[in-house]
Write a protein that binds this ligand. Structure first.
Ligand code: CP
Length: 346
């Protein structure tokens, strides 16, 4: 299986084979984080720029850890210390970074489509680390990996995604990924945050929390994203938490072996009670651990495998030119044909 894309901008449009390949690759990288020396030479000599225009704990840290565990050099740039504060456009920032020849740029931005814009202006792989309310592909991949690990499968499961669906990039990426992998997705929340047109995306819509989580295999709770709200979506936070905070009572409506996810950051007592967040069904810390493996896999398939292709092609060119030293480099993979195809992918 090949991942023949130059960028990772979203899960919309990815095939089940591509998602499975990313999950399998992530699974194979998990072992590196269990070693005493948590490092492999895969991306030695490569540079990854983390460009974050929004705050982040999990995504930025795990991308940096992932790059370092692959032996890449990392550069972190946040909006507050970038020349964006002096009026530089996103495209100019990206062009200037690209002129320094990084091997990948990881970008988080409050505007939907920002990573797609960068992908048109720079010639290195772009990884979307969250763009507005649009997509957060590596979050959904780590969610899928966590579900697959715990349940042994994704196809046939019913997954309730609960809360502020309207503003959630996590929900969108998960909807695309879960449906492609054969799961049934239920969006649960008040009509103001789960508008009827969301049904067109292929999700079942339910307004009542207890009905929404009934008999589900997986509950994924979402944070109320006040930073993206420009109106009133409920009377008060108290009222919202009374109706939609995941309590032990609500969890009892789900299947006995339900697992509970939350992408973080959590607002304890608003969308999830501490008893549930820290309870036996919670896999929230597994998600964080899997985040490193998924980001290692994303960097590897976009940067490391491309490098393998370059090595392979150089080797073959040397052979064609009849050089006396035309032996395959020790580091070059033997699967020449599929890797050559990957080199031409966009
Ligand atoms: N889940 C997530 O994206 O968390 P951060 O905002 O901390 O990166």
């Amino acid at each position: 299986m090949l991942f023949e894309r130059r960028h990772l901008l979203g899960l919309e449009g990815l095939s089940a084979e591509e998602i499975t390949f990313l999950l399998d690759t992530a699974e194979s990288f998990k072992e590196v984080s269990e070693r005493e020396i948590k490092k492999v030479p895969t991306l030695r000599g490569r540079t990854v720029v983390n460009l974050f225009f929004e705050s982040s704990t999990r995504t930025r840290t795990s991308f940096e850890i992932a790059a370092k565990r692959l032996s890449a050099d990392t550069v972190n740039l946040t909006a507050s210390v970038s020349s964006a504060t002096k009026g530089e456009t996103l495209t100019d920032t990206a062009r200037n970074l690209a002129a320094m020849r990084p091997d990948a740029i990881v970008v988080r931005h409050p505007s939907a489509g920002a990573p797609h814009l960068l992908a048109r202006h720079v010639d290195c792989p772009i990884i979307n680390a969250g763009d507005g309310a649009h997509e957060h592909p590596t979050q959904a991949l780590l969610d899928l990996l966590t579900i697959r690990e715990r349940k042994g499968r994704i196809a046939g499961l019913t997954v309730a995604i609960v809360g502020d669906l309207l503003h959630s990039r996590v929900a969108r990426s998960n909807l695309y990924g879960l449906r492609t992998m054969g799961a049934h997705v239920r969006f649960v929340g008040p009509t103001t945050l789960v508008p009827p047109y969301f049904a067109e995306l292929g999700a079942e819509l339910v307004n009542d929390l207890h009905e929404g989580v009934r008999d589900v295999d997986v509950i994924m709770m979402l944070r109320i994203q006040r930073e993206r709200m420009n109106g009133r979506y409920f009377s008060s936070l108290d009222e919202y938490s009374r109706l939609y905070c995941l309590s032990v009572d609500a969890v009892k409506k789900a299947k006995e072996d339900v697992i509970i996810l939350h992408p973080g950051p959590m607002n304890r007592g608003v969308e999830i009670s501490s008893t549930v967040a820290d309870g036996p069904y919670s896999v929230i810390m597994d998600q964080v651990t899997n985040g490193v493996a998924v980001r290692m896999a994303s960097l590897y398939v976009l940067v490391g495998r491309r490098r393998e292709v370059e090595v392979e092609e150089t080797s073959e060119q040397t052979v064609r030119e009849g050089s006396a030293s035309a032996t395959r480099p020790a580091s070059a993979p033997s699967a020449a044909m599929p890797l050559r195809r990957a080199a031409t992918a966009e």
